[in-house]
Design a protein around this ligand. Sequence first.
Ligand SMILES: Cc1cc2nc3c(=O)[nH]c(=O)nc-3n(C[C@H](O)[C@H](O)[C@H](O)COP(=O)(O)OP(=O)(O)OC[C@H]3O[C@@H](n4cnc5c(N)ncnc54)[C@H](O)[C@@H]3O)c2cc1C
Length: 503
Amino acid sequence: MLDFLRRYSREQLDSRRMDERRGFQLSLIPDLANAGLLGLQIPERYQGRELSHSDTVKVMRQAGAIDCNLLILLAVHNTLGVPPIQHFAGEDVRSAVLPELAQGRRLVTSAVSEQSMGSHVRAITSRATKQSDGSYILNGDKQWISLGADANFINVFARLTDENGQDAGITGFLVDTASPGFVRGPEVVTLGLKAVPQNSLSLDNLRVPAESLLGEEGSGPLVAKTAFTRGRLVLATGALGAAMRALELAQRFARRREVATGNLAENGRIQQIIAESVAAVQAVETLIEHIADLLDSGRQVPEPFYFAVKILGCELMWQVVDRCLQLLGARGFVDTNVVGQFYRDYRLFRIFEGSTEAITVYLGSTILKHPQQFFSIFDDFDVDPKLAEHVSRIDKLTTTTTTGGQQRHILASQIGELACWAIMSVLTADGRNRSAMYSHTASWSEQQLVDKLRIAEDSRPFVELPTVEELARHIGEFELTIGNVEQRRPGTQHDLDLLLRRG
Ligand SMILES: Cc1cc2nc3c(=O)[nH]c(=O)nc-3n(C[C@H](O)[C@H](O)[C@H](O)COP(=O)(O)OP(=O)(O)OC[C@H]3O[C@@H](n4cnc5c(N)ncnc54)[C@H](O)[C@@H]3O)c2cc1C
């Protein structure tokens, strides 16, 4: 598969064209399907490739190094779409649907987000109503759904009302998009990832049979979480591939470029930037491989590891892409030099499947509630005394007194971020003796933790912030300086003329 992807990238894929034309090239889906890439972890008995997690990570890293659109197509189908069916649908549905997905005859995606909620899954407003014959009627609107207009199946999450009219909680349903009542909405025009369509969707009295249930009634958050946790690992892995490719290009350029101080790569500041970027890549790679190993060996992955990989993986790898773009100078800003497209495409990763701020605050809040539960994850490691001391400083910070909700959010965010760096430092320290580069990576990770600890400790007591009203008033007055510049020109008309439509 890796060979296929590399050859495909060199000989057939046209990322520029897909980006400019906002769509996949025609041959892409059948070609990926023929190479087995649409059934990565589907068991062989359902005609999939049954790859291990470690092998899946290699495929996703490779795809990420080639093109973010390609990566997201694979990730949405294989990681968000397939697992809820594979692990939570009944056998009849599995044996009917999984071979179709594995062979790429059909695509699947997942619909959680709505107009009024994206990060906050429990606020879903789409409704499912259980009928006396056991079927369910779905109603509601979903937004930002990748492949939404093209997928044949969608895992839809909705709030269920049972046959007694009682709230039965968020529940997952497998929806065949050929069902009456499935309405495709318009595609949004995104900043990057332009070949992957994102649509709004409506469910208008859409009836699904009892067998379409994914998991039990009310178990939607668990079903969604199964997909999201794996999705977070895969997003970080794709971003890792992109960071590697961006560094490869930046390194080539730096070695060939002469600037005022001599060779660019030999300028100390540039060497430092490249070394930090390489350390970030190696640290994220270590965390990804550790999680994949745990999954393959059937061991429990501590939940904070998934948060750490999403938060640090997506933040750091995008930062590496940004730094490489900067290093390339004007060439970085030229859209045909790959890194610029990565910069636009991978920016999304800090937002979706749990935006950095939302999940950092969430992670920190859970640690503040049960600190010892979090700190016990280090019991499995031989943590050296210096690192253990840093970790105990985080523990001490969890006892900070806060006044008001805002201060609690700030504290939770600090603790969440520190927790990620503690995980990263402990994991990289474990491999310190592997090589000189690895030793640098371990020291770099520890330094990041120490720097963040110092900032958090120095921020006590918390600085009083302007009130929300003061901020709104101040920003509202910007209009006095910049005027009202909202553009009112009518946009492009895409709909069929009224007089040409079916009556
Ligand atoms: C290109 C693209 C593809 C997508 N594909 C899919 C898909 O296939 N399926 C699907 O279901 N959804 C999809 N989404 C939706 C995506 O998952 C949501 O946009 C994302 O979860 C963020 O939700 P939101 O936009 O409602 O942001 P909001 O929840 O409104 O958050 C806005 C910002 O507020 C901050 N914030 C939010 N919550 C907190 C918090 N608790 N603490 C502190 N700060 C916070 C963060 O900075 C966040 O970025 C996609 C989105 C995009 C842009």
